[in-house]
Design a binder for this molecule. Structure first.
Ligand code: PMP
Length: 390
């Protein structure tokens, strides 16, 4: 008889290690204060960086699109699934990013998978930062190319690998723009210089940098003044943009290639009209988001300084992602639970997402937080920390 015994065993082990997590089910939409089991809780883990998930313009655009086009798109992009609204969104994204073209996917995850698996072949090498996102790692796993991993942001090691990679047809350096677990920024100027010296392509995943870094949130490339020197920029429409979806901003030739090769694009139904329309509205909001982004960074600096003043280790954080590093997985999850008792939701993140001794409670500050919210969270941190020590 077939049975699931091995799965039960694994789940029991997760419970023993304090890593078993039932899903948290929220009773309200994503906002700074959310409702959980009838209780108001301060949200400090959402990627809703600019508070756009509840923006009236995005909601209205979604409703209008449903009225005009219906609830679904009917098929994949290459059949009936490219509606006027998808085309407009791609034009708007390309204009926003200052690239020749953009291609939209159903998520940031499938954008990474689809693009990496399409551009890398058996004669190529992909060179990837060790802390890159899971979707990059999975995308690379789908290719037949050689793969080299360099230690996090280690430019000497990257150069050493490039020096030995002369025999490959294509060399592609892949990095997150902002690293999602630590909130530090990739050394993109150094990466671009090395790429130019060794004829390599540069691929940046800006999931946590879109809407956060650069003019009006244009991303890491713009932040460092490297426009025109990065070949592939991946973005997500799920975080600062506030909806769901992913995209690649690139040259037209690459877009044309991906339309014929990227499997999530070819074989999975396109974004619903409501999603595409609210993404389009969001990108238009982004174009005038200077004040919102300034508030986001102001909040992040205030909160990080407050956390550090309480004696916590915030690791390498230099963006609105602010980890409070606790270490041991069980202790980390207990700290996250204690914070919830104090009315603050901050996600515990433990092995295997981060190293066994680097468990952390990851705070994400948004432009929607008020000073009073941030002070509430700092007080909660202080009280939870006292309880953790008891
Ligand atoms: N890349 C990075 C760096 C991310 O943090 C995420 C989101 N977890 C993704 C890609 C995937 O984006 P999406 O949620 O849109 O699939």
């Amino acid at each position: 008889m077939a049975d699931w015994n091995s799965l039960y065993e694994e789940l029991e082990n997760l419970k023993k290690e304090g890593r078993y997590r039932p899903l948290t089910v929220w009773d309200s939409g994503s906002d700074t204060w959310m409702t959980l089991n009838g209780r108001r809780v301060l949200q400090m883990s959402s990627n809703n960086y600019l508070g756009l998930t509840g923006h009236p313009g995005l909601k209205e655009a979604a409703i209008a699109a449903i009225r005009e086009y219906g609830a679904g798109s009917g098929s994949v992009r290459t059949i009936t699934g490219t509606l006027r609204i998808h085309d407009e969104l791609e034009r708007e994204l390309a204009a926003f990013k200052g690239t020749e073209a953009a291609l939209v996917f159903q998520s940031g995850f499938t954008a990474n998978q689809g693009v990496l698996a399409s551009i890398l072949g058996p004669d190529d090498v992909v060179i990837s930062d060790e802390l890159n996102h899971a979707s990059i790692i999975d995308g690379i796993r789908l290719t037949k190319s050689d793969r080299k991993i360099y230690a996090h942001k280690d430019m000497d090691q990257l150069e050493a690998i490039l020096k030995q990679s002369g025999g490959y047809k294509k060399r592609v350096i892949v990095t997150d723009g902002v690293f999602s677990m630590d909130g530090d920024i990739a050394p993109l100027p150094a990466i671009v210089e090395l790429a130019e010296a060794y004829d390599a392509f540069v691929y940046v995943d800006d999931a946590h940098a879109s809407g956060v870094l650069g003019t009006n949130g244009k991303g890491t490339t713009d932040h460092f003044g490297l426009n025109g020197r990065v070949h592939i920029q991946i973005g997500t429409l799920s975080k600062a943009v506030g909806v769901v979806g992913g995209y690649v901003a690139c040259e037209q030739v690459l877009k044309n290639y991906l339309i014929h090769k990227a499997r999530p694009f070819l074989f999975s139904t396109s974004q619903t009209p409501a999603v595409a329309a609210s993404c389009l509205a969001a990108v238009r909001v982004l174009r005038q988001s200077g004040e919102l982004i300034a508030k986001l960074w102001d909040n992040a600096a205030y909160f990080r300084a407050g956390v550090q003043a309480l004696g916590f280790d915030t690791g390498a954080s230099e963006t609105p992602i602010i980890p409070v590093i606790i270490g041991n997985p069980a202790k980390t999850m207990r700290f996250s639970d204690l914070l919830l008792e104090e009315g603050v939701f901050a996600q515990g993140i433990v092995y295997p997402t981060v190293a066994m001794d680097k468990g952390r409670v990851r705070f994400i500050v948004t432009a929607g937080h008020t000073r009073a919210d941030l002070d509430f969270a700092l007080n909660a941190l202080e009280r939870a920390s006292r309880k953790l020590g008891e």
